[in-house]
Design a protein around this ligand. Sequence first.
Ligand code: SF4
Length: 387
Amino acid sequence: MDGFGVYIHIPFCRRKCFYCDFPSHAGEEALMRRYREALCRDIAAKGSFCLSEGSVRTVYIGGGTPTALLPDDLLAVIAAVRESFRLTGAEEFTVEANPGTVDAALLTHLRTAGVNRLSFGVQSFSDTLLSAIGRIHTAEEAEDAVRMARQAGFRVSLDLMYGLPGQTLADVEDSVARTAALDVGHISAYGLAVEDGTPFARMEAEGRLGLPTDEACGDMYDYITQELPRLGYLRYEISNYAKEGEESRHNLAYWQDVPYIGIGAAAHSYWQGRRTENEAGLRRYIACIEEGRSPAREEEPPSRESHMEEFAFLALRTATGVDKRRFCETFGCAIREVYGEAIGRLQAAGLVEESAESIRLTALGMKFGNRVFEEFLLERDEVHGEE
Ligand code: SF4
């Protein structure tokens, strides 16, 4: 195996943002110490299990908000990763951070502990919008946190959102300009999706969310996709932009079908072709570890067709697209044998382009990705056509 990724999930936040349906909890501070202890035990067990499988390429501690933990707890988790896995040669060690939960002392500790990349959820540089979406920090705190992180020697990524309630194109322009002025290496830009069960879903149902029109969201999208490359951030995935060499190696590996081990409540793993998902409930996850039971539940083994679909979906999200040779090596047939008609239709619509090496989205295809992905869904009966 040519290396693998490690993902650690920290399911705590100071407060839930109004749009968020990620597996994270606010108001569970009393469980943090038990979670840390359970997590460290699980990390040690997974480390021994993976030891014969080569070295770790990347580590990503995400959430939730890892920096919502007490510094001692977060540093203990990082130490457990370093002790349990072979990290020599690991290229990237990322921790997600909320600008409202970091200070210079914590950043110094993280850097000394071997973390070399921070990913800040900032979303906007408008205080009005930050408050309207439930963020706990101000724009100025975000700028201070990013500056401190850069001074401490981290590679920095920053998340922005567009299509927020009450947001205008001018807000997006301002956020992009202030992000670029911070000279971060990596920017993720996500359109708001109103997810079931969130406060935003309830507000929308009551007609009081005040989302921008589709046309206004389209203008924001067009601005971001044109302005970031102009500022030197190349779009290497549908939602991700980086200066040269600043791409997220960890996320690129997800999109390139590389194995990873996920540790913690609700974490997913992709290991030796099998997918598992950990117990999502915080207390249930802790109980599994404390009682010596596995928290992992095996997902239904993917059929060959669903593996093909997923392989194509994930690779199409990237600027390099689907590597035809890797598709052939993985599935024993040329991509055109499976998707020839779909590729023809999408080429005619200007949504994908093909070279000798790859099939990839055009700029139009990136904008209307869902139309492309629909075409890559396989009709099960056709695949088993001879039956
Ligand atoms: S900080 Fe991140 S994980 Fe936590 S509630 Fe907000 S969006 Fe969700």
